[in-house]
Design a protein. Sequence first.
Length: 92
Amino acid sequence: MARVRIPTVLRPMVGGATEIEADGSTVGAVLTAVAAEHPGFGPVVFERDGSLKRYLAVFVGDQDCRHMRGLETRVGVDAEIVLLPAASGGSR
């Protein structure tokens, strides 16, 4: 099972969990499995067409999956997937 680290802002969608284990051989399959168990999770992670939300970076280990094969990025049994929402802000 892969481990998915959940950022603070997304924890309410997964019952407050900081980490969730889910089966899947790709990033997309793992995140879809989490969404199946936690219905509020999917709409904040996936666009209607099934792609990742633009504001969300997804890392497998220390590699951004967008620079690999996106949701088709393969993950091993003990993979760690880290979700990082974009921070906003700036000067006035």
